[in-house]
Each structure stands twice: as C-alpha cells, then as structure tokens.
Write a protein that binds this ligand. Structure first.
Ligand SMILES: *Cc1c(COP(=O)(O)O)cnc(C)c1O
Length: 375
C-alpha cells in the first residue's frame, strides 16, 4: 500500500527525479475506514434514483461511440455551465467565458501553466487551500504568502503592499476559504482586482464552495475586471466529486490562453455527458445545498451548547476550537469519526455531513471532551 511518506534520500539512484521534488509528499488526507467520514468536504447526499437512471442512459448512449474522441472543446458543457451561472448570478455569460477540466485542480494547474512558471511568482493568502502552493511548486512558480489576520480575514493593505512590491503574475484568493470557511466580501474582491490590475496580475478567485455562501459571486465582477478569473467545481455543491468536473469563468482572452496549455481531448466523453445530466438537475441538487446550510447552523449551535467555539463559515465545513487538535483528532477517531487536522494550532475542521452523521459527530465530540482534560 502507498502511504504519504517522505522518501527523502531513498529514491532509487537510477531515477532522474527533479531535485525540487525529492523531498515532497503526495497531497491527500488519510482515507481510513470509519463509519463517519467528515474530513474531505464531500457532499453526503449521493445522486437521487432518477438522477442515477439518467446518468446510466447517458453512459449507454456514449458507449456505442467510444471509438471516437470527445468534443475537444466541450462546447455543449461549457454552454450549460454558463446557463447555470447566469441563472444563479443574473449574468450573461456564454461558452466563450467558460473553461472546463477534470476538477478545478486541473483548471488551477492550467492557469499556472499559462501564466506562471519559472521566473514568475504567485501570491496566496494563508492558511488556505494547499494545492495552490503545491501546483505552484510543481510548475516552478515561486510562491509568496500573505498571512491572514484575526479570524483569518484578508488585510487588504498588506495585500496591496505585497502585490505592488512583488509584481506577481497571479494572486490566489479562496472564498469561502478552505480550511477556515472565511468569506471575503465582494467589495474587498473588487479592491483586490483593482490592485492586481495596476501590476498586470490576474486575481484568481477559488469559489469551490460558493453555492454554500450568501455573498454574491466574484463572477459578477468579470465583465468589469478582465483580470479576474473565478474557479468553480461540481465536486462540492453538486455532489459530483467522483466525476471530476471543474470550470472557470473569465474574459474570453483567458479561455483562449487555456486552449494553448490543455492536453487534447482532456475531458472524456463520459465526463462531459455525466456533467450535462447533473446540470439538468441543478434545482434538486441546490435544494440539498440549502439543507446542508441548515445543518451547518444546527451543528454549530449544538457545539456551542457543549462549550465548543466555532468560526463563522460560508462553506459546507467549519473550524471548531480545541487546545489540543492532535489528541482530540485521535479521540474522535476512537469513536469512529474522522475529521481533518489542518495543521492549525487551535482548531480542527469538520465537514457538514448527513443529519445522522452530524449527530454521531456531536455525540462523539461530547464524549471525547468529557473523557479528557483538554477542551
Ligand atoms: C475541493 C477544492 C477544490 C478542488 O475541487 P475539484 O474540483 O474536486 O478538483 C478546489 N479548491 C478548493 C478551495 C477546494 O476546497
């Protein structure tokens, strides 16, 4: 079995691995067999029976045509994504504003391939989603950190001085932020867009959790700010993580740049067909998102009742406070509940699950705190 060990100097001598990768560890949370898995921000609600039926017929239709390459530019899917966004945000995008790939991670990698690389740098507001930094490293882009302050909010003035000084080509902002749940206001995003424009930097807004938030989306700024790119995914709100569909919304010039770095036929016929079916169920899937938002409020209240502080979150997860994350993580695992130790000294992160999973989490946390001195 593979595990996430650092091989350090133990790589075989015949393997000409890049020097800068020798000390790296593959990304990934532990995949442990437990009854309550609340550690990777998955959506707990699988597809409904009717959705599964429609997914099946889409697959059997394309089955007969699998000798052919897929639509290389996924035009129909990009058009459907534009329609979905236009309904949510009252915008007027078409396929020329949308790019789609195998998960938003591939979208982010393509952004780095086109606009990063050696001799260039990217800025990120941390703590945040560590794949931004990882992909920067793999593409030879240097990474510059601006620390979030207080309850992990962005200090626009320190962002301004760093961006002006470093002249980076890319600035990454995650909102709602992973792992903290923090929402950056649309006004702050507008200010950051302006700051980035002054040095010809692209502001990449990672909105993987946007549907769980009440704040308006940064896609509403794309017409006004050609340097704003918004990344979204079907993995979280659409409960479609297994299908691997991410996308970005941007000025058409950005989409044309994506065509230069994408692999030909990168998005399989199966992926395109499945995503089109899921998008036709957006009403049903967004009802589940509303359900998860209500669950988020309910669990936070229950935690406060047992004396556990939580941070405000606009996503399908939140941070809760503890003096000893490592011990509490183990104690919860002993009760068959897996949460995420995100490496913050005073917090653990929990994903909002189904009502039953959430009840098991609350009960386990209550027992774990009752039986230990930490709390
Ligand atoms: C989950 C997540 C993604 C990755 O989503 P995929 O579309 O599954 O690749 C991107 N950004 C953030 C902040 C995430 O939490």
């Amino acid at each position: 079995m593979m595990d996430n060990q650092n091989r350090g100097a133990t790589w075989p001598t015949w393997l000409p691995l890049r020097d800068d990768l020798r000390d790296q560890v593959p990304y990934g949370a532990p995949q442990l067999e437990v009854s309550t898995r609340l550690n990777t921000n998955e959506n707990p609600f699988g597809p409904s029976k009717t959705l599964v039926k429609d997914l099946e017929s889409a697959i059997s239709e394309i089955g007969a045509r699998l000798n052919r390459y897929p639509d290389r530019d996924a035009v129909e899917l990009r058009r459907a994504l534009a329609q979905y966004l236009n309904q949510l945000s009252d915008t007027r995008f078409s396929e020329v504003n949308i790019w789609s790939a195998n998960g938003s991670n591939e979208v982010i990698q393509s952004i780095f391939l086109a606009f990063g690389g050696s001799g260039r740098s990217a800025v990120g507001f941390e703590p945040s989603y560590s794949m931004h930094h990882n992909i920067a490293r793999v593409t030879g882009t240097s990474w510059i950190t601006v620390n979030r302050v207080g309850d992990f909010v962005i200090d626009v003035e320190s962002a301004r001085s760093t961006i002006a000084a470093k002249k980076s080509s890319l600035v990454f902002l995650t909102t709602p932020n992973n792992p903290t749940g923090t929402i950056t206001s649309i006004n702050d995003i507008r200010t950051l867009g302006r700051i980035c424009a002054e040095v010809n930097a692209l502001l990449v807004v990672d909105e993987a959790y946007q549907e769980f938030s009440q704040e308006s989306s940064a896609i509403t700024l794309v017409d006004e700010f050609p340097n704003i790119i918004v990344c979204r995914t079907m993995s979280k709100a659409f409960a479609f993580a297994g299908a691997r569909v991410g996308y970005l919304v941007a000025n058409p010039a950005v989409i044309e740049a994506m065509l230069l770095v994408r692999l030909p036929y990168h998005l399989s016929s199966a992926t395109q067909a499945l995503a089109l079916v899921a998008l036709s169920y957006s009403r049903e899937l967004l009802a589940n998102v509303a359900h998860l938002r209500r669950e988020r409020m309910r669990i936070k209240k229950e935690l406060e009742r047992i004396g556990v502080e939580t941070l405000t979150s606009g996503a399908n997860f939140f941070l809760f406070q503890t003096d000893d994350p490592k011990s509490l993580w183990k104690a919860l695992l002993a009760h068959d509940v897996l949460v995420r130790d995100v490496g913050l000294p005073q917090y653990l992160r929990v994903t909002v699950g189904s009502p039953e999973e959430n009840d098991r989490f609350i009960a386990a946390l209550s027992k774990a705190l009752g039986s230990s001195a930490t709390g």
